[in-house]
Design a protein around this ligand. Structure first.
Ligand SMILES: *Cc1c(COP(=O)(O)O)cnc(C)c1O
Length: 399
């Protein structure tokens, strides 16, 4: 078993070796520009891109022309939110999001507020769940877009996307979902979900970093999306710039593999995740599992260890790569806005660890992580109670 054990698959995933294999020729001899229409190099690159586009579309039940390649989910989200806001400002100036959205959504919303838009942030319940009724109540005649993440990157809670989609459709409001954690992990079909726009990324599903997609429904007339990157008119004018052919090819293969293996993978990873949670909670008191009991990603286990500090636990078990929350905000180590939104007190937020399992997680690794976590939490707690004991002795001697 290799160490550290990687259990931070919500931050990013290992490139599947099969994905690397199909990418290699495009990093080497097949270096054509997919926009070069006049020679063989360009034709080969374009054919590879279109094959990948079909595979990425297939993962979510879309048609290839509904996929815009971007540099990742952050860019897709920016394009969706800013592009819809700019393109529909004449219809209204109001957007709806959940408080637990990823920073890519929340920061974009803030930027839109600076530009004069209004954003309603809908609170979630203690499981991180937001209901279609809440969304319906938040919609006003001014609302142009609702954006709700499919699955949360910290606690794994999966939103009732199809019900929210139905509400949005009834009210004539566009619906975007940040599906970065869900794509390739849970079955998704844009038609039955009634989603108008969807953002996702290759590196969260065993593909390369720096490539993502925005799905834009084509069967719906008049989705006015304003491009955010202008240039040579690539991607139907919605996102200019020479296409990252090797990454796109890898994204396609990652999507193909995820779709083909999703069912079996969900069963296998769910069993590992459940064993991890039971293994830890059966041996330790004072452990709480955050998120939704049933509507959650099988890859996710977010746990609060009462009376500990997660950053210190992680220092004491450097042979396990886990996280205290979203890596994207760890540059500014504030307590997680998601754990706060589900009602955790700051002490509990700071005592929480996210375990993110993935395709390459093994049985042996889970056994090791259970043992190490139990041992580390016990040590930390006995240190803390030793400290408390000393402090009370000291207090007694002073008084
Ligand atoms: C990782 C992530 C993003 C950002 O994706 P990038 O491709 O890294 O830009 C956005 N939303 C969620 C829910 C994520 O997990």
């Amino acid at each position: 078993m290799k160490r550290p054990v990687y259990l931070d698959n919500h931050s990013t995933t290992r490139l599947d070796p099969r994905v690397l294999e199909v990418m290699l020729p495009f990093l080497n001899e097949q270096y054509g520009n997919a926009a070069s229409r006049q020679h063989e190099f360009g034709w080969m690159a374009e054919a590879a891109v279109e094959k990948a586009r079909t595979e990425v579309a297939g993962l979510i039940g879309a048609v290839p022309s509904e996929i815009i390649f971007t540099s990742g989910a952050t860019e897709s989200i920016n394009l969706a939110l800013k592009g819809i806001a700019e393109g529909n400002g004449f219809r209204g100036n109001h957007l709806v999001a959940a408080t637990t959205e990823h920073r890519a959504v929340l920061d974009t919303c803030r930027r839109l507020e600076e530009a004069g838009f209004r954003v309603t942030r809908v609170p979630v319940d203690s499981c991180g769940w937001v209901s279609a009724e809440q969304i319906s109540d938040a919609i006003t005649p001014e609302t142009i877009l609702v954006t709700i993440m499919t699955a949360n990157n910290e606690i794994g809670t999966i939103a009732p996307v199809s019900e929210i989609g139905r509400v949005c459709r009834e009210r004539g409001v566009l619906f975007h979902t940040d599906a970065t954690q869900a794509a390739g992990k849970v079955p998704m079909d844009v038609a039955s979900l009634q989603v108008d726009l969807m953002s996702f990324s290759a590196h969260k599903m065993y593909g390369p970093k720096g490539i993502g997609a925005l799905y834009v429904r084509s069967s719906k007339p008049g989705i006015r999306l304003t491009a955010q990157v202008d240039g040579g008119g690539h991607e139907r004018g919605m996102r200019s710039g020479t296409l990252n052919v090797p990454a796109i090819v890898g994204f396609g293969e990652a999507a193909r593999i995820s779709l083909a293996e999703m069912k079996d993978e969900m069963v296998r990873i769910r069993a590992l995740r459940d064993r991890l949670v039971t293994g830890i909670t059966s041996q330790l008191e004072g452990v709480h599992v955050n998120g939704h009991p049933t509507e959650r990603l099988v890859q996710n286990a977010n746990m609060t260890f009462d009376g500990t500090r997660a950053d210190r636990l992680m220092m004491d078990m450097k042979d396990i790569a886990v996280s205290t929350g979203s890596a994207c905000s760890s540059a500014s180590p504030e307590p997680s806005h998601v754990l706060r939104a589900i009602g955790l007190k700051d002490d509990d937020v700071l005592a929480s660890i996210r375990f993110g399992l993935g395709r390459f997680t093994t049985d042996e690794e889970i056994s090791y992580v259970i043992g190490r976590t139990v041992e580390t939490v016990r040590k930390a707690r006995s240190r803390a109670s030793g400290r408390a004991h000393n402090e009370s002795l000291h207090a007694n001697s002073v008084s």
